[in-house]
Write a protein that binds this ligand. Sequence first.
Ligand SMILES: Nc1ncnc2c1ncn2[C@@H]1O[C@H](COP(=O)(O)OP(=O)(O)OP(=O)(O)O)[C@@H](O)[C@H]1O
Length: 252
Amino acid sequence: MTAPLLEVTGVGKRFGRLTVLDDVSLSVAPGEAFGIVGPNGAGKSTLLNVVNGVLSPDAGTVRLDGADVTRSGAAARCRAGIGRSYQVPRPFGGMTVFENALVAASFGTGARGRAAAEGAWRALETAGLTGVADTPAGALRLLDRKRLELARALATGPRLVLLDEIAGGLTEAEVPALVETVRDLGRQGVAVVWIEHVVHALVAVVTRLMCLTYGRVLAVGEPRAVLADPQVVEVYLGSTIGTDDPVVEGTP
Ligand SMILES: Nc1ncnc2c1ncn2[C@@H]1O[C@H](COP(=O)(O)OP(=O)(O)OP(=O)(O)O)[C@@H](O)[C@H]1O
C-alpha cells in the first residue's frame, strides 16, 4: 500500500466551550482526490484550517509525507507543499490575474523572475485562465474568481491542494468544466481534499468521501456508499433526496 501523503490523526479543536472537531482522522494518498461533505457548521473548513496550519489543533497530529507538521505555521506548510483555496475568493483585486498567480508562486515556491513567471503561467493554464491573464482580478465573473482561487493554490507548487467549496454559487452549466480541472490535478499527481456542497461534482472526482457532523466523522469510504448511508441521508442529504439525482445539494 502507498504511504499516505497526508495523515490526520485524532484531531480535536475547540473554540471556547464549542467542540468543533472531535477525534477526526483521515489519510490521503499521493495524487488521491478525497471529498468532505457535512451540514453547515460541521467543522469542515476548520479541519482544512488545521491541515494547512491556519489553526493549531488542541489534540491530534497532522503529518505530511511522514513528517509531523502539527506545530508548523501556514507559511511553512505552504512551502512544504500544502496549497489552499478559500470559500470566499480573496484575490488582490487591483492586480491582474497573472500578477495574483505570480505572488502565490513567489510565496509558495520561493522562485523569482522567470521561474516564478513560468510557475504562475502553468497554474493559469491548469485553471483555464490564460485568456484573462491581463484582466484585473476584481473584474472577474464568479467562475473565473473561483478558478483564480484554484490557480493561486496551484501556483504555490503543492503536492496537496485543499479546496473549500469552489463549485458553490456556480451555474449547473459551469460545474463540469471545473470538475474536469480538478480531475486534471490528480493526473498531474497532485492530491486533493475537496469540501463541497455540490455533491455530484464531488462524486465525479473523488475516490473516497467523508461525512462530518458536529465535528465527528459520521462515515467515510466509497462515495456512493457514504451517500447511501442512512445516517448521512438523515443528517445531511435529507430523506427526500436521492443520490442518483443530478444535483444533490447539502442542507443549509
Ligand atoms: N474562529 C472561530 N471562532 C469561534 N467559532 C468558530 C470559529 N471558526 C468557526 N467557528 C464555529 O465552528 C463551527 C464550525 O465551523 P466551520 O466553518 O468549520 O463549519 P463548516 O462545516 O465549514 O460549515 P459551512 O459548510 O457552513 O462552511 C461553527 O459553529 C462556526 O461558527
